[in-house]
Design a protein. Structure first.
Length: 198
C-alpha cells in the first residue's frame, strides 16, 4: 500500500492519536487518584470515629471499675488466696491439734487449765493461753511444759502472768506463754521429719 499523505501530515495524525491516548490515561489516573483520596478521607473519618467510641467505652469501663472498687476486690481476693495457701500448708503438714491439745492437757498441773493456743508458724512456735487458781499453779504450768521428760516443747518463755484478786472466777490468774516445739513433737504431731543426728 502506497502512503500518499505528506510526511508532516502523517506525523500530525500519529501525534494526535498519542495525545488522545495520553489524555485518556491522564483522565483515568486523575479519577483513580480522586477515588483514592475519597477512600482515604472516608477511612480517616471512620478511624477517628472508632477511636472516639473506644475512648468513650474505656472511660465508661474505668468508671464502672472504680464504682465497683476493683482495688478492694483484688485485695480481698489476695487475702483469700493467702488464707487458702495457709490452709493448704496446714493440711499438707497434717497437724493433729486434738492429739497435741490432749498431750499439753496431760501435763497441766492441778488448778490450771489450757484456755487457748495459736500457731505462729506451721513448724515454729505456739502461743499458749492458760488460766490458774493461783500464782503457784501458774508458774507450775511453765515448769511442767518445760520438763524435758514431756518432749512437747524444747523451750517455753513467759509472755505474761497476771493474777486478779477481785476476779469472780475460780481461775483468776491468766498466763500467756510462747513455746518452741520439740523435735519429737514436730515428727509426731506436725508430720515434720526429725533432722538426722550429726
Amino acid at each position: 500500500m502506497i502512503n500518499l499523505l505528506p510526511p508532516n501530515y502523517g506525523a500530525k495524525v500519529r501525534f494526535s492519536h498519542f495525545n488522545s491516548m495520553l489524555c485518556r490515561w491522564l483522565a483515568a489516573t486523575m479519577v483513580a487518584t480522586l477515588g483514592l483520596v475519597v477512600i482515604m478521607s472516608v477511612g480517616w473519618v471512620y478511624v477517628g470515629q472508632q477511636n472516639a467510641n473506644l475512648n468513650r467505652n474505656l472511660s465508661e469501663v474505668n468508671r464502672q471499675l472504680q464504682e465497683q472498687d476493683l482495688a478492694g476486690t483484688q485485695k480481698k481476693a489476695k487475702d483469700i488466696t493467702n488464707n487458702i495457701r495457709i490452709i493448704n500448708q496446714v493440711l499438707s503438714r497434717e497437724i493433729r491439734f486434738s492429739d497435741l491439745i490432749a498431750q499439753i492437757g496431760s501435763v497441766m498441773p492441778p488448778g490450771a487449765v489450757l484456755s487457748g493456743l495459736t500457731l505462729d508458724k506451721v513448724d515454729g512456735a505456739l502461743d499458749l493461753a492458760a488460766t490458774a487458781r493461783d500464782y503457784t499453779s501458774a508458774v507450775q504450768i511453765i515448769v511442767n511444759l518445760s520438763d524435758p521428760k514431756n518432749t512437747i516443747f524444747d523451750k517455753v518463755d513467759i509472755v505474761n502472768i497476771s493474777c486478779s484478786a477481785t476476779a469472780d472466777t475460780p481461775y483468776p490468774c491468766n498466763v500467756t506463754l510462747k513455746a518452741l516445739f520439740g523435735k519429737s513433737t514436730k515428727s509426731k504431731y506436725l508430720n515434720v521429719p526429725e533432722a538426722p543426728n550429726g
